[in-house]
Each structure stands twice: as structure tokens, then as C-alpha cells.
Design a protein around this ligand. Structure first.
Ligand SMILES: [Zn+2]
Length: 276
């Protein structure tokens, strides 16, 4: 078993179960949020008992997943069944989770996969107890990703849109063009703080997302300039993201600076009309 450490923290009326653990020599963290009747994300499978205890004590009326990744969806089927409450997600997330997730070895070892589940498409807005959550398409980290905005609290629940002010490595499925467009999209909402799936509460969330957008734009420009000079993705990654190589080695290549550079060069864009 893993040495999982969990605590419950509170911030601006939001409660969060924060989990930390080590695996394969790396540190990992995850957050499950509860606010105004809503449970946001469900944590990884191996934290099931702790997440279920947290969820039951909060008595949520609905669950939302920000995206399909196993560290967010691991207990979705279990909690949906146990609590007998609606489970909402984007249409793409629902399509993925209807089937068993096939995970690369590293992600299977670190997080494990949950059971398939039938989720309900979320729509543009979710109202619970008179509180409105606006649903914002935010693909980039994955192509099914959504964020939730709560106007009265001026809070953004950003799933894995933020993660950090800079990225040193990426995953194969990411799109940096989508990520930049998503960061611009959320700026239209009047939030100050954000709740991140791995970094937790970020009080200056707006500023932090702005910095991430600026970092990605600079990285994109430098990457394209070096590619035009004939450098390969590997050469560009070595030059622009030298600090990301430790993670590449430790994650068996699953997370790598080269994936991030390739994602910039591939320039894939997701259509966000009809997203939900
Ligand atoms: Zn993720």
C-alpha cells in the first residue's frame, strides 16, 4: 500500500480533501473539492476509503468531473453508486468513461483506473441550492476538460488547467494551442482565487493563470523559431526545458519535455462549440 497522507482544508467556504503520497520515487498530490452541494472530482482508486468518508460527511447533491483522467475519475462509479446522486461531466468525458480506461503502465502503477461509469452530460450551467456554476470548456491538458466558475464566491475550479505557473514537461495527449485558448477563455470570468486539482487553493489564481499563459506563449514562440532553424523536437526540448528530464526518467517517459515540444509543433486545436 502507498503511504497516503490526507487532510481536510477549508478556503473561502470550500472544503477540500488533500492527499499526498510517494510512488516510484516521485511525490504526487490530489485534491477533491466540496462546495455548495457539489463534489468536484473523485480522486484516485487507491484513496477510495478516505474519499468516500470525505464525500459522505459533506452530503453532496451532485458530483462533477473536470476530465476523465484516473486521478480525478477513480472513484466516480463507486461514489455515484454509493451516494445515489447525479454524476455530471462533459460529453467527451462521458464517452471515455463508459468504457474501461486503458492506461499506460506508469499511470496504472501510480494511480490505477476506476470502473466504467455512465455520466450525464453537464450542459453550460449547473444550479444546486440556488447556486449557479458556469461550465467553461477548457481543453488542452486533455481534450474533454471543463472548468467550473462560481460567481458569488468569485472562484474558479480549474481541474488540471493550472498545475503551475510554468510547465517543464508534458503528456502525449496535450494540446498547447488549446491550453492557451482555454487560459484566455477563463479570463473573461471575474474570479480571483482558483481551486486546482493538484496545486490546491491558489489565492492569486487569476494572476497565476496569466503567468502560465505568458510562459506558454514564450515557449511556443521559441519552439517554433528553433524548429524553423531545423532543430528536432528532442534538440529543442534539451535546450528550452533542461529541467524536465528528471521527471521523464522517473516517469518512464510518460511525462517528458519532448511531449511538450511535440504538442506545440503539432498545433492541434479542439472545437469547443457543442462541447458539453
Ligand atoms: Zn489530468
Amino acid at each position: 500500500m502507498v503511504n497516503l497522507q490526507t487532510t481536510v482544508v477549508e478556503f473561502q467556504g470550500v472544503k477540500a480533501l488533500s492527499g499526498k503520497f510517494n510512488r516510484l520515487g516521485n511525490h504526487f498530490s490530489f485534491f477533491v473539492y466540496y462546495v455548495d452541494g457539489l463534489l468536484i472530482d473523485t480522486g484516485p482508486v487507491f484513496a477510495r476509503e478516505t474519499v468516500a468518508a470525505f464525500a459522505e460527511s459533506m452530503r453532496p447533491k451532485a458530483i462533477v468531473l473536470t476530465h476523465y483522467h484516473e486521478d480525478h475519475s477513480g472513484n466516480a462509479a463507486y461514489l455515484h453508486d454509493r451516494l445515489q446522486i447525479p454524476l455530471y461531466m462533459s460529453r467527451r468525458t462521458a464517452e471515455r468513461l463508459a468504457e474501461p480506461l486503458i492506461l499506460p503502465f506508469y499511470r496504472r502503477v501510480v494511480w490505477g483506473a476506476g470502473e466504467p461509469v455512465r455520466g450525464e452530460p453537464i450542459g453550460e450551467r449547473l444550479t444546486l441550492d440556488g447556486r449557479v456554476f458556469e461550465v467553461i470548456p477548457t481543453p488542452g491538458h486533455s481534450d474533454d476538460h471543463i472548468s467550473l466558475y462560481q460567481a458569488e464566491r468569485r472562484l474558479l475550479f480549474s481541474g488540471d488547467l493550472f498545475l503551475g505557473r510554468r510547465l517543464r514537461y508534458g503528456m502525449r495527449e496535450e494540446s498547447i494551442a488549446d491550453m492557451i485558448a482555454s487560459l484566455d477563455r477563463v479570463m473573461a470570468y471575474r474570479f480571483d482565487a482558483l481551486c486546482c486539482g493538484h496545486a490546491g487553493f491558489v489565492p492569486d489564481g487569476r494572476e497565476a493563470l496569466k503567468q502560465k499563459g505568458e510562459f506558454l506563449r514564450r515557449l511556443e514562440a521559441s519552439t517554433k523559431a528553433l524548429a524553423e532553424k531545423g532543430l528536432s523536437a528532442r534538440q529543442i526540448a534539451r535546450r528550452l526545458l533542461p529541467k524536465g528530464y528528471k521527471v521523464r526518467f522517473a516517469s518512464l517517459g510518460e511525462m517528458s519535455p519532448v511531449h511538450l515540444i511535440r504538442a506545440i509543433l503539432a498545433d492541434r486545436r479542439t472545437d469547443v462549440t457543442d462541447f458539453f
